[in-house]
Write a protein that binds this ligand. Sequence first.
Ligand code: URA
Length: 230
Amino acid sequence: MPKERLDKLLSNLGYCTRSELRKALDRVEINGEPARKVDQKVEWFEVTWEGEPVDPDPLWILLHKPEGVTCSHKDVGRLVFEMFPERYLMRKPALSTVGRLDRDTTGVLLLTTDGAALHRLTSPRSQVDKVYRVDLVDAPSSEQLERLRQGGGLLDEDDKPLLPCAIEVTGERQVEMTLHEGRYHQVKRMWVSVGNQVEKLHRVRFHRFGVGELAAGEYRLLSPEESLDL
Ligand code: URA
């Protein structure tokens, strides 16, 4: 990555405005040395703010999304973006969710400031694996399972047939499904299309990322190495 001015970098990372940095230069070190000038050319990993390394650029967050929060910047009720420090919300480019989970869906949600990766991962052509644990209202029949596994069905108001998907039965009324596409309310609509209904939905995995040790509502940053193949 090319070096950039310290004031521009810190403002894009949400720490302070360019003009505020003039008074806050004593909070910043570059490669262990006190920062000297606001227009010094730096890379993000050389910089500390109040003794802590600054947040990575781009920023990648893995959140264990809890129930009852919405993946939107504006809505009634709790928003997913309120779960992070203020400076993440001041980032340029802005922080966005990688696709959406419904308000009542829990599990793995990635967020990023990497616009190109976001576009790639949310494009209809993206084949990234998404694994869901689905609790159903009724025990799934073999016919329902077969129809969804085969693909080819049409969802309400869609004209593109569904792709095949893997479904493993994990309980009397529970399945684990692996999807390679991401349509609006896809899992819920798929089960409605075959005469069943989703009671509870949890995303177990997005690509190779699971929630691991994170409790609902907790998050961690991905390391630059982890985000490399996204
Ligand atoms: N499919 C749904 O129906 N809802 C989600 O939140 C995710 C996938």
